[in-house]
Structure formats: structure tokens, C-alpha cells
Ligand binder design. Structure first.
Ligand code: GLY
Ligand code: MN
Ligand code: MN
Length: 463
């Protein structure tokens, strides 16, 4: 946990930003896997962690803006719990560690909120993303589910997003701790990969490194020789000589700050010439995109810069044709680069996505595009010092998409389908790093993880 002053200050900022009422945060509960007592690894809600720090199930908290009360609701353990879980610190003592003096038993929350509702006071809550929360909120608020979303507080969402978007030095330190574990995951994958090995050997190895070094993985490991499947969570392929592996994975620090890195490497230790040609384009687009990061620049412009570099590179290889600017404007490059360049990162790998992607990545200056590819851009708005984001361009050859576009003669002036069809077995390449926006420009977080072709090949041949 951070010092209690960190949490006290965060709550004070939020309280001052709110117009009034009661702000309610529900912590997460244990979730069963296959029978009640067999639960998934517990993950606390990130906004609860941000303002109240306590990493345990069964908690809720309020900031009563009008009465200046901060209360944590929860129960102390009984003897039966002690037998199964060991001794636990009293809630009052745990609350003090995050600067909260007032605690109440869980069942008092209903009375507290009912009274507030009777007094016609506003209760602000964030969008629920777990069914248990929907259920609990419905009961607490006396509102049935379909109407619950209409009562989510936009004022609270906006204030939380404004606050959590800008990371302080303590948070950057945590992200860099997660990054150090993540670097180990990626370098070990490169060292240990062999032709003939099943992907799950590597996936299990790196997930083990995440568990040993921090809290967990920050999202389910994406590791596959079928790199053109953007979020491929299955690991059943046998890696073959000549294949590339896309490894998109990251750890969470003990305090649940994320890292999110992608590297693409050759199973046999050496890229083929054709692989190198495409790899160089992705790397150039990533390096130039990172170079252009600074406060005041809309991230959408950086995405389009990467798209232009990818388009120029593919044109040089004869896979695209025509005018680069026009091709990007019309979205022809999205056949190869169908996703956004990156997203915010912090306590969530896609930071605050549960609060609504558009609140996090868009504002009144920039609207989400409905063009294929660009529509997936999660972060488009102007960058500010303190933002942490990912830069993750890729080039993919997705057979089903290529066939569909060819059949529809889509963007035929910009795409050389005859040549593209020779790449149907290519797979995909993505390279991803985590970057902090600073007053002066930017800083790539963590110690560098090999990504130049010679560095990657050198590490791959170390095993
Ligand atoms: N790890 C998923 C992503 O890169 O967005
Ligand atoms: Mn990733
Ligand atoms: Mn990412």
C-alpha cells in the first residue's frame, strides 16, 4: 500500500471536485469458478484500490461530500474464518492505514443509503461491470437492473477519469516494477522458444514468472504463432522452424499496476528476409510514433502517423499502392493494421475501460471515428504530462479479411491483392511498449527489452 496520505489526498481531491451528495465505491467480491468455495484469484476493483487502498473482498466505502465523512463498510472475521484463513487484521486498523477513521459493519450500508435516499440526496456510483455489483447496487439503491445504468453518475466518472489519468511518481514506480517482471517474461520467452515446442510451455512459463514476481498477469497471456489473430488466448500450436511468435503479455505489480508489452520473435532464432522486411516497418512506425509523443498532441495524430509509416512501408514492398495520405484517409491500411495504436494504462491494463472508453480516450475536441480500424482507437485525445499509454503498431495478414476485401474489391486502388495473397501464411507482427508523457516530451518506461532485429536474434539464440 502507499502511505495513508496518498489515499487521503486522492479522496480530498475527489470530494472537492464533486458538487455534493454521497460517492459510493463497491469493492469486488470473491467469484466462484466451479463451486462456491473454489474461487478465482481475487482482484480488487481498481477505483476502490485508488481511493481506499484495501486489497480484500467484502468491502464498500463512501465519501459523504456534504457531511465530510469517509467510511469503510466491512466485517471483521469470526473464529471460523480464522480457522480457514488465519488471523486477520481488524477492519478499523486496516482502515487507519489508508487514512479512514470511520468503519461500519457491512449491513449498515443499506440503512445508510436508504436514509440518504429518503433525504433525496444524490448517490453517485460508477458503472457496474460485474453481475454481483449490479445485483448489489439494485438492492442497495432500490432500482431494478435495466434502470441502473441510467443512474450511473457521469459527474463521478468524469472526475475519476480526470484524476486517475494523471499518474504520480509513486504510480510510475509501481508500473516500472510491473515492467521489470514483464521484461523477464519476454526475455525468457525468447531464450526458451524452440521448434517442436508447444506454445503452452512458453505461456505457462511466463505466467509463472508474473505470479512469482508480482500479483498476477495484467491480462490473459496472448502468445501465438498465429500472430494475425489479434487477441489469441489459445496456446495449442506446436511452434515450427520459420514461425514467428507474437508474445503480448504483462505482469501486475503487488499493488496491481499493470505493464503491457508485445514482442515478436523467430522460433528458430533467425528472421527470414520476408519477415525482416515487415518487422522493420512495424519497428519504424513504433519508434517514430514514440518520438512524436509530447503534451498537447492528440494521440489520434500519432495513430495516423504510424498508419502513414506502415502504408509507406507496405507500398515500398509492393503490397500497397497509390498516394499514402489518401490511402490512410480512406482507411485502406486497416487491412493490415486494423486496431488502434494504443490505450491508457495504470491500475487497469486498459485503464478505466470499465468507466467507458469514450470518457477515457475522447473528449469534446475529438469524436470517435466510425471508419474500420480507426474506430478501435481507444485513446484519441490530447496528451497530458502524467499520462501512461501504450504504443503498439502491428502488421497482420488475416486471410479471411483479405479474401473478403478482395471479393468486395475494397480499396482496390490502394491494395495490390495479387501480391498480398502471397502473404496469406505470414501471420502477424506487433511491437508494444509503455510510455509516460512528461513535461518535456516522453519517457519509455522500464529497462529496454530487445526489439531491434539483431538484439532479438541474439537473445533468441542464447537458449
Ligand atoms: N494486451 C492487450 C493490448 O495490448 O491491448
Ligand atoms: Mn498488449
Ligand atoms: Mn496494449
Amino acid at each position: 500500500m502507499f502511505d495513508k496520505e496518498v489515499y487521503t489526498k486522492r479522496r480530498e481531491i475527489l470530494q472537492n471536485a464533486m458538487s455534493g451528495g454521497i460517492v459510493l465505491f463497491l469493492g469486488n467480491e470473491e467469484v466462484s469458478m466451479n463451486y462456491a468455495d473454489n474461487t478465482y484469484r481475487f482482484r480488487q476493483d481498481s477505483s476502490f484500490l485508488y481511493y481506499f487502498g484495501l486489497d480484500a473482498p467484502g468491502l464498500a466505502a463512501v465519501i459523504d461530500v456534504d457531511e465530510n465523512r469517509h467510511i469503510i463498510f466491512g466485517n471483521d472475521v469470526d473464529m471460523e474464518d480464522v480457522i480457514w484463513m488465519g488471523p486477520q487484521q481488524a477492519l478499523q486498523d486496516r482502515a487507519k492505514e489508508v487514512g479512514v477513521e470511520e468503519t461500519l459493519a457491512s449491513d449498515k450500508l443499506t440503512d445508510y443509503l436508504r436514509q440518504a435516499i429518503e433525504q433525496k440526496r444524490t448517490i453517485h456510483f460508477l458503472p457496474p461491470y460485474r453481475n454481483e455489483h449490479r445485483f448489489r447496487l439494485s438492492k442497495l439503491m432500490g432500482i431494478t437492473d435495466p434502470f441502473l445504468t441510467a443512474h450511473v453518475s457521469e459527474e463521478l466518472i468524469r472526475n475519476v477519469v480526470a484524476q486517475r489519468s494523471v499518474k504520480d511518481n509513486h504510480e510510475i514506480e509501481e508500473i516500472e516494477k510491473a515492467h521489470a517482471v514483464t521484461a523477464h517474461m519476454h526475455m525468457q520467452a525468447m531464450v526458451r522458444a524452440r521448434p517442436g515446442m508447444k506454445e503452452q510451455i512458453l505461456a505457462g512459463l511466463i505466467e509463472g514468472i508474473a505470479l512469482a514476481g508480482g500479483a498476477s498477469v495484467s491480462f490473459p497471456v496472448i502468445l501465438s504463432t498465429r500472430g494475425e489473430i489479434l487477441h489469441n488466448h489459445s496456446h495449442g500450436n506446436i511452434m515450427q522452424e520459420g514461425d514467428m511468435v507474437v508474445n503480448d503479455s504483462g505482469a501486475e505489480s503487488d499493488m496491481h499496476y499493470a505493464a503491457d508489452i508485445t514482442r515478436t520473435f523467430p522460433v528458430s532464432g533467425k528472421f527470414s528476409d520476408r519477415q525482416k522486411d515487415v518487422y522493420r516497418i512495424v519497428l519504424q512506425s513504433q519508434l517514430e510514433a514514440i518520438d512524436a509523443l509530447k503534451p498537447g498532441v492528440p494521440y489520434k495524430d500519432i495513430h495516423l502517423l504510424a498508419a502513414r509509416i506502415i502504408t509507406q512501408g507496405l507500398k515500398d514492398l509492393g503490397l500497397m499502392q497509390g498516394e499514402v495520405e489518401a490511402a490512410v484517409q480512406e482507411g485502406a491500411h486497416a487491412l493490415f493494421f486494423p486496431h488502434g495504436l494504443g490505450h491508457m494504462m495504470g491500475l487497469d491494463v486498459h485503464d478505466m475501460e470499465n468507466l467507458g472508453e469514450d470518457y477515457v480516450g475522447y473528449d469534446e475536441t475529438v469524436q470517435r471515428s466510425d471508419q474500420f480500424g480507426l474506430a478501435y482507437l481507444r485513446l484519441a485525445r490530447e496528451l497530458q504530462a502524467g499520462f501512461v499509454l501504450t504504443v503498439e503498431p502491428g502488421i497482420y495478414f488475416i486471410p479471411a479479411l483479405i479474401e473478403q476485401w478482395k471479393k468486395d474489391r475494397k480499396h482496390k486502388d490502394f491494395i495490390n491483392y495479387k501480391k498480398v495473397e502471397k502473404y496469406l501464411d505470414f501471420g502477424g507482427i506487433r511491437i508494444e511498449d509503455d510510455v509516460l508523457i512528461t513535461e518535456e516530451g516522453h519517457r519509455v518506461l522500464g529497462k529496454p527489452i530487445p526489439k531491434e532485429i539483431t538484439e532479438v536474434e541474439e537473445l533468441c539464440s542464447k537458449g
